[in-house]
Design a protein around this ligand. Sequence first.
Ligand code: ZN
Ligand code: ZN
Ligand code: FE
Length: 742
Amino acid sequence: MEHVRIQIHGIVQGVGFRPFIHRLVGEFGLNGTVKNTSSGVELELEGARETLEAFLRALPGRAPLLAVIEAIDADWGGKLEGYTDFRILRSRVEAERNTLISPDIGLCPDCRRELLDLHDRRYRYPFINCTNCGPRFTIIKDVPYDRPLTSMGRFPMCPDCDREYHDIENRRYHAQPDCCPVCGPHVFYCDAEGREQPGDAIEQARATIKAGGIVAVKGLGGMHLACRCDDPAIAARLRKRKQRDEKPFALMCRNVEAARRLCEISPAEEELLSSYHRPIVLLKKRVEGLDHLSENKTLGVMLPYTPLHVLLMGEDLVALIMTSANLSDTPILYQNEESLAALRGIADGFLLHNRDIQTRCDDSLFMVLDGKDYPLRRSRGYVPFPLRVPGSRGGILACGAEQKASFCLSKGDYVFPSQHIGDLKNYETLAHYEQQIAHFERLFDSQPTTLVCDRHPDYLSTAYARERAEREGLPLLQVQHHHAHMAACMADNGLTGPCIGLIWDGTGYGDDGSTWGGECLIGDYAGYTRFGSIRPIPLVGGDRAMKELDRVAWALLRDAGCDTGSIPNAALYESLLTAGLNCPESSGMGRLFDGVAALLGLKTLAGYEGQGAVLLEAGIQEDEGSYPLAFAGDPLRFDWRPMIRAIVAERAAGVEAGRIAARFHNTLLEMAAVMCRRAAEASGLHDVVLSGGSFQNRYLMERLPARLAREGLRAHRHIRVSCNDEGLSLGQLMIANTLYYE
Ligand code: ZN
Ligand code: ZN
Ligand code: FE
């Protein structure tokens, strides 16, 4: 007999870890105790040495889905206690609020099987769940995570469910949202006027969809609008009613095979699609005729992640448009009454239920690059799990940017990034942002002692941070936008030392008060220098040039010495520029994309931010060529004028827009290579972090790391948070962490 004390570090609390240990210990016939500690879980076991060692070997591979084991320490040779059974001990630590909260988890295979099993007592029950799946974050009102403090509080368990809940051998042991048709919530269907209809709710929703209607469906973190995807007229009706201009729609496909009929799917993409996170994954279109869903070369696809989705698809619906239900950039709708009111005239029917959503959480969005997940939106299925960022200290609230707002709250070396919040310029979104900050502080029991925000004086996140810092007497740090992007990508990759940051995005407030965005920085968390950028572009009419892309095209042509006669209103722009009226300069990479998209006639009036870049990428026809490069000044500016002159000449010579689009992208790749090589020569550094919204571009991301490798440079891209402004709060937090604590 031997005694061993086993410390398991990582995310092992609130994920069904102790019941798992209980079962595993039983299998090996060991005795002892388990308890939660402040850093994980501690086991005391006694048994034969080889049995204990076999137990230790088996443990990591069989841990619960959500557990993240970072280290297992075994301490042999303790005093024998002579245990006669195995006990779960209550610890003092549990009184503290340090339990992690699980994200919402997609329907597991066991529950799916029961859902479709005629003889199961939960046959076709749309709220079936277990310890391995179901709603979590979105139904929690407060901690500790116990049924009474969730939306399930109003549904007392029936004796059958109660028995499962207390049976440690059962898959539903301590599953807080566990329920069944006898004791749990139910679905109902309302017509277009919001009148509840008698009969089978799911069948009525299916009938409306099959007949070409649009149905609002209550999901995990909010409402979706669902309709058929095979008919462009239906998609057009949805766009018109929702005023969703031209943004792509996401699809829900009944399974991977159904998705494969529309898109190419690599093994890594299949794995991500079917993972318990169930994000939307951007997949390359395989067939023609999907332009009514997305004008890009990719389509956003997800698999059913709730039992209700599975029942809605049924046997015959293969793929549906499944787009979040929100109105003109306000947050996703999530309550029954507000949805019935807000979606009147938009939805032809409502598939609702009486399990309340407490917290909005949009679908997450990913692409897969080189077999690895590349996050574009980290939300449902991921949030509120923390990132462990070595070197992080607690007590910092990073307030993010504005259009793709998010925040990060730290506690110890855990950083809790918020879900997708949206554009703070809407009153409702700003209110949602403030509520979520308060919610996170309560859930994770972390009261910030330091605030950090962007340097942009007009961001509403800046206003929030300033007001709060003043009210609570807290220190406030304002961080340059692209430095924060850079730091976010460093933290994401565990880099701490100095490196090169290639940061390309649309807009960010520069230290000189102008707009930056085509930046090459050298630095670390503590500071940076602006090594390079792009030649500034004057924006006639300021913000109007963000929408009216002709204005940018005009500025590019004029500066390059080309004929501007083809641009309507050229004379007006000339007089505005000469008078110096509202013509701020921007070195944003997004503007270069916009201007070239307009030059090629792809788009003159942008329907959404970044559309110029989306259309340029979508239009690419394979071509190896590129345009002449020129650089000048300090910071080293990419002079795009020779490129513009070459594009104009090729247009005149009748070269297809798709080839020019490819050569434009290739030119940027070459430009990045030269810029980073020079930064490396100047600094002696070889690590390059890639961040900023322009790196949502798949064409660039599939080529840039290899191109930089040819220069002897090591490229790092985001792996856990987004490259766009949503990921930036992580960088703000790490910068504050360094400046305040080191
Ligand atoms: Zn399950
Ligand atoms: Zn029940
Ligand atoms: Fe940005």
